[in-house]
Design a protein around this ligand. Structure first.
Ligand SMILES: Cc1cc2nc3c(=O)[nH]c(=O)nc-3n(C[C@H](O)[C@H](O)[C@H](O)COP(=O)(O)OP(=O)(O)OC[C@H]3O[C@@H](n4cnc5c(N)ncnc54)[C@H](O)[C@@H]3O)c2cc1C
Length: 454
């Protein structure tokens, strides 16, 4: 399934350029008159982008795993409503399966999906634009193309990197770190930079810092380490991977990853627990942690994760010291609406603390997809004049740990509400490395992409 990386990259860039032009043009057609001195199809943040018709409107901020799913299900469950999906990227790029793409197990086409066909098929409006502000008091979202007002808002922004934890307000250090040693945990150009740098890597020490929990897809950094080690083996690159983990041990699927590190990559991967990051210097290529200081030749520097910027801009993230764990959106655990605003829902990774039993849902695409379907049902029920009944997500995650032969391990979660009204989590780790996991993984991806895009 692999392809030439540079060819796929050219295809991606060509696609993004083409889509950017057509997607940006569509919404502005609704404008009655052009602002003075500007061509009629050029948008401005200060204008009203979408005049209201009779239909009530749901605006979805962020077209990732949660947002795309929510748009489709809302159109199916509440077909009388107008649904508007706002997303900065011209093309959907999947983080799930992207570790396999880094080492050419899958190609770019496998990860990318077209927003325009699916929005046309289900009858929602996709607008490619940067969201600048969310004004909950006036029920408006301000974008680079103009403002859109809403009856219901779904905030699905994913994560941001909390570089402030490393560099306070030193933007130069944060930007240098992101450009030189990208985490590639947010769908963006970072993935291409990382893939290029792995292709050019001739040997030496590759450091990976792992963020503290809660973090996006906790097992995936270990999967990434295994797949890069597998690439080093295959290409005979004299590289050593140093995993600097904030946690005191490998989890989830700890025994499965430990066995892979020791049995498959003994001379390549070194795992260092309790490595809380204290200082990072992307220029001197040096890192100081609670478990020691390290120099590196190359690195994947993952700063701590938080709810995406838009959750902060919408005033959904409690300030530190208010008795809530910081950095994530404060929502009703069962109904996923903002605690102080029932018309504003949060889905996916941005969702904050939900349970005294397990704290946070796993920050996984599978969960974001389930949240989206659940919230679409809540909104459709409310629009039909019914009180919605709560529903809970599930989660399923496959991790490839070897490419020759292809073998994987997996983890599964389910949820229920106990007698005290607290959500409880059951976690099942499948630690035994097996080739049988691989077709299950690809089947999972195929079904969930189909659910979002066909
Ligand atoms: C390497 C890796 C492997 C993974 N593997 C798995 C896996 O196997 N299984 C699994 O279930 N999950 C996996 N995940 C996790 C999964 O990617 C996330 O949990 C999922 O993407 C969360 O969905 P979301 O909708 O909350 O956020 P996202 O999918 O990140 O979507 C957020 C969207 O909001 C947009 N956005 C943000 N701000 C703005 C703005 N200001 N204006 C316009 N648009 C904006 C972003 O561009 C983005 O498209 C993996 C992640 C990584 C990095």
């Amino acid at each position: 399934m692999s392809d030439s990386h540079s060819a796929s990259r050219r295809r991606f860039l060509a696609a993004t350029g083409g889509l950017a032009a057509s997607a940006a043009a569509a919404p502005v057609l609704a404008q009655a008159a052009a602002p003075a001195g500007l061509p009629p199809l050029v948008g401005r943040a200060t204008q009203n982008l979408l005049p209201r018709g009779k239909a009530r409107r749901v605006v979805i901020c962020g077209g990732g795993w949660g947002g795309v799913t929510a748009a489709k299900y809302l159109r199916q469950l509440a077909p009388h409503m107008e649904v508007v999906l706002l997303e900065r990227n011209p093309v959907f790029f999947s983080c799930p399966m992207s570790n396999k793409w880094l080492v050419d197990v899958v190609d770019t086409q496998f990860l990318t999906h077209d927003y325009l066909s699916v929005s046309e098929k289900y009858g929602y409006r996709f607008i490619q634009t940067e969201i600048l502000e969310i004004e909950r008091d006036t029920k408006r979202v301000v974008t680079a193309l103009g403002a859109v007002d809403y009856d219901y808002l779904i905030v699905a922004p994913g994560i941001r990197y909390n570089y402030e934890a490393w560099f306070a307000n030193d933007r130069r250090m944060a930007e240098a770190t992101r450009a030189r040693f990208p985490a590639a945990y947010i769908p963006s150009a970072e993935h291409f930079r990382l893939k290029d740098s792995l292709r050019d890597f001739k040997g030496g020490t590759l450091v990976m810092t792992l963020p503290p929990p809660p973090q996006r897809c906790p097992p995936s950094p270990y999967e990434r380490a295994c797949l890069i080690a597998s690439l080093f083996k295959q290409k005979k690159i004299p590289g050593r991977i140093l995993i600097l983990d904030h946690k005191d041990g490998l989890r989830p699927i700890g025994p499965g990853f430990k066995a892979a590190f020791e049995e498959l990559y003994k001379d390549i991967i070194t795992y260092v627990p309790n490595a809380h990051v204290e200082e990072v210097d992307p220029f001197k290529k040096h890192i100081k942690t609670a478990a020691g200081d390290f120099d590196f030749d190359h690195a994947i520097l993952m700063a701590p994760h938080q709810a995406g910027d838009l959750a902060w801009k919408a005033g959904l993230v409690p300030a530190p010291g208010q008795g809530k764990p910081g950095g994530w959106a404060d929502v009703d655990p069962l109904f996923l609406h903002a605690r102080d605003d029932k018309d504003v829902y949060v889905i996916g990774d941005a969702v904050g603390f939900v349970s005294s039993h397990f704290a946070y849902y796993p920050k996984a695409g599978h969960v974001a997809n389930r949240h989206a379907r659940i919230v679409a049902r809540y909104i459709a029920a409310r629009e039909a004049g019914r009180e919605p009944n709560y529903a809970l997500p599930d989660n399923l995650c496959f991790m490839m740990v070897n490419t020759a032969p292809q073998e994987g391990i997996s983890v599964q979660f389910d949820y229920h509400v106990n007698d005290q009204g607290v959500i409880e989590q059951r976690q099942m780790d499948f630690n035994e490395r097996s080739p049988a996991t691989i077709p299950e993984d690809f089947n999972w991806a195929r079904l969930i992409y189909e659910d979002m895009f066909t």
